[in-house]
Design a protein around this ligand. Structure first.
Ligand SMILES: [Zn+2]
Ligand SMILES: [Zn+2]
Length: 423
């Protein structure tokens, strides 16, 4: 029993830390204990240690600790990537010697594929270009997406890179570079997730989700075989007639027979739902035609709308583009139809002055569903945009006149639904 408790606690601790590291920065969990814990682990506790150190050594180590602290917290380093790699490799090293001889030929083949794929996708996600914006690639990224005049406006320059920000791009503070269709900076791959590697990142999530689910279920089967060798009545679904104590004693024996297999099985079974959850979250973002970064911007818009400070009006068709700040042509099949502004006083902007964009009356917006998401083409095309690099949607016979029609009926954006669910 003591062994079972120890193994379970160890697996639970690793699963929990993984959960916090994975989910702590998700916008959907912004105001939950998970985010506070993430902040505590990555910022507050290290800061407190730094402050204490400074006091104890009278600042002698200040510069060193500062540099070290900055490096650990905000630098680009592969610590978590190595942790992830070791978790996979050590787990497999502990699991396979006991499991492999007991696996059928089919399971050996599928197991081998399930083991190899996460390494392949980890390598591809970590080492491919996420879509770094340089003077050489700038004009290509400018013609990737049009500005939607809601989340992204033409004419904004990155102060660090000194380049106009293409629509959907973001400056990564960790890597100190602008990245096209930036989703987030991922510490597990020590790289930004952007236009260039989003498909590898998703395949890494999918393959890791499959590996943990497969390893977990196969391992549980082997552990219960061990237990059944002691008592034929044992079943993973506890039989009614069997007392809990007997069940746990037998389960402990099943794990004790092969501690490596047993503990990795528990770890896989506990982390698997987390990985599936994160995969589901990213699948939902694709369904909505948005990114982690943009879902935060939508959330901010939702807050403005709740206060009644958000207004929209039509953009003229056809619209004259300013060639100094906008590409004349993009590969995206739709053009923006609306401009959104927020006002300080809750009054609509003066039609003439504040913003000269758009035509007609300003209309107050209360709900995200009343705003068009220019980057949502419907699930199938959203998938193509993620998995087919540099696909030109204009190659199809789609004209500007069809704008808006390709998008299916408005969806609740992550900003609205998920946050409400999580808080
Ligand atoms: Zn930048
Ligand atoms: Zn980055």
């Amino acid at each position: 029993m003591a062994l079972l408790a120890q193994v379970a606690l160890g697996a639970l601790a690793i699963a929990f830390m993984t959960f916090v590291a994975f989910f702590g920065r998700l916008p959907a969990l912004r105001h939950t204990p998970i985010a506070w814990l993430h902040r505590a682990i990555w910022i507050s506790i290290p800061n407190a240690i730094l402050a204490l150190d400074q006091r104890l050594t009278s600042g002698r180590l200040t510069s060193w600790t500062d540099r070290f602290g900055n490096y650990v917290m905000f630098g680009r380093h592969p610590t978590i990537l190595i942790f992830f790699f070791l978790l996979l490799t050590v787990g497999e090293y502990m699991y396979l010697p006991g499991a492999w001889p007991r696996m059928s030929a089919l399971h050996r083949l599928m197991g081998a594929i399930a083991i190899v794929l996460p390494y392949v996708f980890l390598y591809l996600a970590a080492y491919s270009d996420p879509g770094v914006i340089t003077p050489a690639t700038h004009s290509r990224w400018m013609s990737h997406y049009p500005y939607d005049f809601t989340l992204f406006h033409p004419g904004q320059t990155c102060r660090t890179c000194n380049l106009l920000k293409p629509a959907r791009s973001k400056h990564c503070a960790v890597c100190n570079r602008c990245v096209a269709k930036m989703d987030h900076h991922c510490v597990f791959i020590n790289n930004c997730v952007g236009y260039g590697n989003q498909h590898w990142f998703l395949l890494l999530l999918l393959s890791t989700a499959i590996l943990t689910a497969y390893g977990g279920t196969l391992g549980l089967r082997l552990v219960s075989q061990n237990a059944r060798a002691r008592s034929a009545a044992f079943n993973l679904w506890k039989p009614h007639s069997m007392p809990w104590r007997t069940y746990f004693v037998l389960l402990t024996i099943g794990i004790q027979d092969d501690v490596g297999l047993g503990s990795v099985t528990l770890l896989a079974a506990m982390t698997s739902p987390l990985v599936w959850g994160l995969l589901g979250y990213h699948a939902y973002l694709i369904y909505c035609g948005t990114t982690t970064n943009e879902s935060m911007k939508w959330q901010d818009w939702q807050a403005e709308m709740d206060d009644g400070f958000a207004f929209k009006r039509q953009l003229p068709t056809p619209r004259t583009k300013d060639p100094r700040v906008e590409a004349a042509w993009t590969r995206w099949p739709v053009e923006p139809v609306q401009v959104m502004v927020r006002t300080e006083d809750g009054e609509p902007p003066n039609s003439g002055s504040a913003s000269e964009l758009g035509v007609g009356e300003w209309e107050r917006v209360w709900h995200l569903r009343d705003v068009e998401n220019l980057y949502d083409l419907g699930l199938a095309d959203n998938m193509i945009d993620v998995f087919v690099p540099n696909h030109s949607f204009r190659a199809e016979t789609v004209t500007d006149l069809e704008r808006g029609r390709r998008s299916k009926k408005p969806k609740a954006r992550p900003g609205a639904g998920l946050v409400a669910a999580a808080t």
